[in-house]
Design a protein around this ligand. Structure first.
Ligand code: ADP
Ligand code: MG
Length: 463
C-alpha cells in the first residue's frame, strides 16, 4: 500500500521535492494494518512532511485501499525489524529507470549456490518490462539509435554492433531503449541470460565481492551472460579497479560474441578519469548519439503517454506543453503526469486552461529563465555590435568573439540543446556551438579580461 502511495506521490510532486522529503522515509505497518508509522531521518523532515504532505498521504491511502484507514503518524527514527508486533515494509525506492537497485546481484549475504544470481535468468535480469520498442516514440533525434537498438535485439552479437553504445543527456530515452533491447532479446529467447545493471551497481557489487572473497563467482557470473546491459558508464570515471575488472569482462564477452550494450551521458572520449583503453574499446562497435526530441516528437510522445494513461489529450494542449517543456523527455513526462493528476483531482476537462493551472509553478520558473533572444540582445549591447551581426555569417573577430560568448552563455543559462542554439544563431551547426563553448572556456581561463566580460554578462542576465 505504501509503495503505491509513494508511486502516486512521485507522480504528483516535482522530482526534487519527492527525493528530498519522501524518498528518505521508511514505513512500518502494524501487523493488523491498523497503524502506519513513517520514520524520517531527522526532526526537520518530520516537521516538513507533517506540514506539507501528511494530509495528502492520508488522502491517497484512503483512495488506494478500501478497508478502514490506518492511523498515520510520523516520527524520527528508522524502522527496526526486531520489533515483535510490527513488520517492516520494504522502503520503496525503486525508480523505474534504475531497477537494478531493487533486486541486485551480490549484496552482503552470499546467496546459496543454486540460486546464484543470474542462474535463473528469467527472474534475475532486472529488466524493466515496461520499456519496450512499442512504446518508444521515434523521431529525428533518436531514430538512428532506435534502429541500431532494434538491430541488436534481432541479431545480438553481430560484429560492428558490439558493443552498442547509446549516449546523450539525461532523460532522452537511453535507459528506455536499452531495456527495450533486453526485453526484445528475452522475447525471442526466454532462456537468454540478459543482465541489466547500473554501473554504480557493478562497482558496488564488485567491491562487496572482493570483501566477501567471491570475486571469482562475480567474474564467472558476468562472463556467463548472453547480453550485458550497463547503464550510465560515466560512473566508472575515477574508479580504477572497477575499470580494470570491467575491461576484462568486456574483452571476454566481446571475444565470445556476447552482446554488450552501454549508455553514457556523453561521448566516452570526453569523460575524464576513464582509461584510454576503455574509451577506445567502447568505440569498437556502434556509438549512437541521442538528442533532445524536436517539437513534433515531443507532441507524439505526450500523445502516446496520455493514451497509455487513458487520458484524452487534445492537440492544442499537447502542443502547449511540448512548446514549453523542451529539454528532455523525463521532464515532459513529469509535466504530463502533473496535468493528469490535476484532471483526476479536479475532474475538470483537459484544456489549455487546465494545463496552465497544473503547470503553474513550472511555467513561472521558466518565465524567469533567460532566453536566447535576451542573451543576444544583452551581448550585442555589451560589445556595442548589432544583434544581426551575431546571426550573420561574418567571421571578423569583433563579431565572432561576442558571438561565441553569446553561444556559451546560451548553453549555460538556457535548457536549449546545441542544435537549437545553433539554429538561433543564424542556422549554425551544433558543432559550431560546441566549439564556441570550448573556446570560451579556454579564453576565460587564459584571460582575465574575457573572464570579467563573461561574469558581467552573467550577472546582468541573471539578476
Ligand atoms: P535517460 O536514460 O536517457 O536518462 P530514460 O530512458 O530514463 O532517459 O527516459 C526518461 C523517461 O522518458 C522514461 O520514462 C522513458 O520511458 C521516457 N522516454 C524517453 N524517450 C522516449 C521516447 N522516445 N518515447 C517514449 N518515451 C520516452
Ligand atoms: Mg538512464
Amino acid at each position: 500500500l505504501w509503495n503505491r502511495c509513494l508511486a502516486r506521490l512521485e507522480d504528483e510532486l516535482p522530482a526534487q521535492q519527492y527525493s528530498m522529503w519522501l524518498r528518505p522515509l521508511q514505513v512500518v505497518a502494524s501487523a493488523d494494518g491498523g497503524e502506519l508509522i513513517l520514520f524520517a531521518p531527522n526532526r526537520f523532515i518530520v516537521d516538513w512532511v507533517r506540514d506539507k504532505y501528511l494530509e495528502r498521504i492520508g488522502e491517497l491511502l484512503g483512495e488506494l485501499q478500501s478497508g478502514p484507514l490506518p492511523t498515520l503518524s510520523i516520527k524520527v527514527g528508522a524502522s527496526r525489524p526486531s520489533r515483535p508486533a510490527i513488520t517492516p515494509a520494504p522502503v520503496a525506492t525503486p525508480a523505474p529507470a534504475v531497477p537494478a537497485s531493487a533486486q541486485s546481484f551480490g549484496g552482503a549475504a552470499p546467496a546459496p549456490r543454486d540460486s546464484a544470481p543470474g542462474v535463473t535468468a528469467k527472474h534475475r535480469s532486472n529488466l524493466n518490462s515496461t520499456f519496450l520498442f512499442e512504446n518508444f516514440v521515434e523521431g529525428k533525434s533518436n531514430r538512428m539509435a532506435a534502429a541500431a537498438a532494434q538491430q541488436v535485439a534481432e541479431n545480438p552479437g553481430t560484429h560492428g554492433y558490439n558493443p552498442l553504445l547509446l549516449y546523450g543527456g539525461v532523460g532522452l530515452g537511453k535507459t528506455h531503449l536499452m531495456h527495450a533491447v533486453g526485453n526484445g532479446l528475452l522475447r525471442r529467447n526466454p532462456n537468454a541470460k540478459v543482465v541489466y545493471l547500473h554501473s554504480e551497481r557493478f562497482v558496488a557489487d564488485m567491491i562487496s565481492a572482493l570483501r566477501n572473497k567471491t570475486i571469482n563467482e562475480f567474474k564467472r557470473f558476468y562472463r556467463s551472460v548472453d547480453a550485458l546491459l550497463i547503464d550510465d558508464i560515466q560512473f566508472f570515471a575515477g574508479k580504477e579497479q572497477s575499470q580494470e575488472e570491467f575491461f576484462h569482462t568486456f574483452n571476454a564477452l566481446l571475444e565470445n560474441g556476447q552482446q554488450i550494450i552501454l549508455t553514457c551521458d556523453k561521448f566516452p572520449k570526453e569523460i575524464d578519469g576513464l582509461e584510454e583503453r576503455l574509451k577506445s574499446r567502447f568505440g569498437w562497435g556502434l556509438s549512437q548519439p541521442m538528442e533532445p526530441p524536436e517539437l513534433e516528437t515531443r507532441v507524439a510522445i505526450l500523445k502516446k503517454k496520455a493514451e497509455e494513461a487513458r487520458i484524452e489529450l487534445p492537440n492544442d494542449a499537447a502542443f502547449f506543453i511540448a512548446q514549453r517543456i523542451r529539454s528532455n523527455v523525463r521532464e515532459l513526462e513529469g509535466a504530463l503526469k502533473r496535468v493528469i493528476a490535476h484532471v483526476r483531482f479536479t475532474g475538470a476537462p483537459l484544456d489549455i486552461g487546465l494545463v496552465k493551472d497544473a503547470l503553474r509553478d513550472l511555467l513561472a520558473i521558466q518565465a524567469r529563465q533567460v532566453s536566447v533572444d535576451n542573451i543576444q540582445r544583452t551581448v550585442a549591447e555589451y560589445y556595442k555590435i548589432k544583434i544581426a551581426d551575431l546571426l550573420s555569417p561574418r567571421r571578423s573577430r569583433s563579431v565572432a568573439r561576442p558571438r561565441q560568448v553569446a553561444m556559451a552563455l546560451s548553453k549555460e543559462l538556457t535548457s536549449h540543446s546545441l542544435p537549437e542554439i545553433g539554429d538561433a544563431f543564424g542556422g549554425r551547426d551544433h558543432t559550431t556551438v560546441l566549439h564556441a563553448c570550448r573556446k570560451v572556456k579556454e579564453l576565460r581561463e587564459g584571460s582575465t579580461e574575457i573572464e570579467e566580460d563573461y561574469q558581467n554578462l552573467l550577472r546582468s542576465l541573471t539578476s
